[in-house]
Design a protein around this ligand. Structure first.
Ligand code: HEM
Length: 374
């Protein structure tokens, strides 16, 4: 089922659609910088909540097309509930006893999962209904006036509604499940990667200065971003790619095999579940003797990269690869441009940080120190 939906939803994440999100991403990034200014010059602080808010707001305003007044409907509480459900799913998966529903359904975890899902349903249903009626109203106005108007793109939520309305492919439950997946798959991953990039910039001052100089060269005194600016940020792109290699937030992905896979020493049987270590892949010997070093420069010279591109998979691999890959890169670059331009960053040394692994790998209570650049 996901295979069909993945294909149907891809247009909502095409580069053409993403370019139309840029202004909103830019506005949200400037908003993030204003928020961060309130904690600048105040010593080391944990800015996780600011980053989460930024990512959530950006996803709500772009993919879900919520207006400012409706945006608070999807707030931190909703996102935290999604995270808690995901953690319950992982804890269940890791305990074979709980694979049997008749046992799992007696646990406190199951009761909590049901409660959280019910709350989310109550929260999402009005959003879906409101967008449905907005779309019907727009269609009516457009039909009465001019056929060519209704926007050049469909944000993900509109595309879901269109698929359910006109092609009868999605039920209301499936729409809700997809919305939950978008929010769950985007906010925690993107905010964690952003956090790690900032910690890396604080730990390697020479890398931070090079990123800063590149931003200065591309923008001069201009504030707003264009899609052309993003493609010129070659070094920033290399830094993010290297962060995603060394500190990839999703170190493991799972697959159920539909055919036997014959390896030199083993055969993995069809029907079994496999865990693939992306963490291991990103340190494979084909990256060279410096595989364990943080070196953004490797991305500037394709000759130094492994010939088999499948050894780099921060967004997964194959048919189930992350649908929001370009979206995430664009939103991270937009926010980093504004943050690095405004602040000088120092903080916890990335090499001595402790990590937490739930669904996403996250730095444990990371502290960042922001000082205003003159
Ligand atoms: C830096 C940020 C992100 C990282 C590192 C990331 C990583 C991943 C990974 C590793 C997967 C699993 C792929 C596989 O199994 O092969 C995935 C799936 C997915 N991602 Fe992302 N992602 C990010 C941001 C986003 C964003 C911004 C969105 C949407 C706006 C998104 C939407 C999805 C969806 C819908 C799936 C499929 C989930 C499923 O198969 O059930 N992701 N992502």
């Amino acid at each position: 089922m996901w295979k069909i939906h993945h294909k149907l939803l891809n247009p909502a994440f095409s580069q053409h659609v993403l370019n139309t999100y840029l202004n909103e991403m830019d506005a949200q990034a400037q908003n993030l910088v204003s928020q961060l200014t309130t904690v600048a010059e105040k010593g080391p602080v944990n800015i996780t909540e600011f980053l989460i808010q930024y990512v959530l707001r950006t996803v709500c305003r772009t993919s879900l097309r919520l207006e400012a007044k409706d945006q608070d409907m999807i707030d931190n509480e909703y996102a935290k509930a999604i995270e808690e459900i995901a953690n319950i799913v992982v804890r269940r998966a890791l305990n074979p006893v709980f694979h049997f529903s008749f046992l799992f359904n007696w646990t406190a975890m199951y009761k909590r999962q049901v409660k959280l899902s019910r709350n989310n349903k109550k929260l999402l249903d009005p959003i879906i209904q409101k967008r449905k009626s907005d779309l019907t109203a727009t269609k009516r106005t457009v039909n009465n006036n001019d056929d060519s108007v209704p926007g050049k793109f469909k944000p993900a939520l509109d595309l879901l509604l269109h698929l359910s309305d006109e092609q009868y492919v999605l039920s209301d439950d499936e729409i809700r499940a997809h919305l939950n997946t978008f929010v769950a798959a985007s906010y925690d991953t993107t905010s964690s990667v952003l956090q790690i990039v900032l910690l890396v910039l604080g730990s390697y001052p020479e890398i931070q200065e090079r990123v800063y100089n590149e931003i200065k060269d591309v923008f001069g005194n201009r504030q707003e971003l264009t899609k052309h600016d993003i493609t010129k940020l070659i070094y920033l792109d290399a830094v993010i790619k290297e962060v995603l290699r060394m500190y990839n937030t999703i170190p493991l992905i799972a697959r159920k095999l539909d055919t036997d896979i014959v390896l030199p020493k083993y055969t993995l049987r069809a029907g079994s579940s496999c865990i693939m270590s992306i963490y291991g892949l990103h340190r494979h010997s084909s990256w060279g003797p410096d595989a364990k070093q943080f070196k953004p420069e490797r991305w500037l010279n394709p000759a130094t990269l492994p010939t088999n591109l499948n050894v780099y998979a921060p967004f997964g691999i194959g048919k189930r690869i992350c649908i929001g890959k370009q979206y995430a890169m664009m939103s991270m670059k937009t926010s980093l441009v504004h943050i690095v331009r405004k602040f000088h960053i120092t903080g916890d040394d990335i090499s001595t940080l402790k990590w937490n692994f739930e669904v996403v790998l996250k730095a444990k209570t990371p502290l960042i120190n922001l000082t205003l650049r003159s």
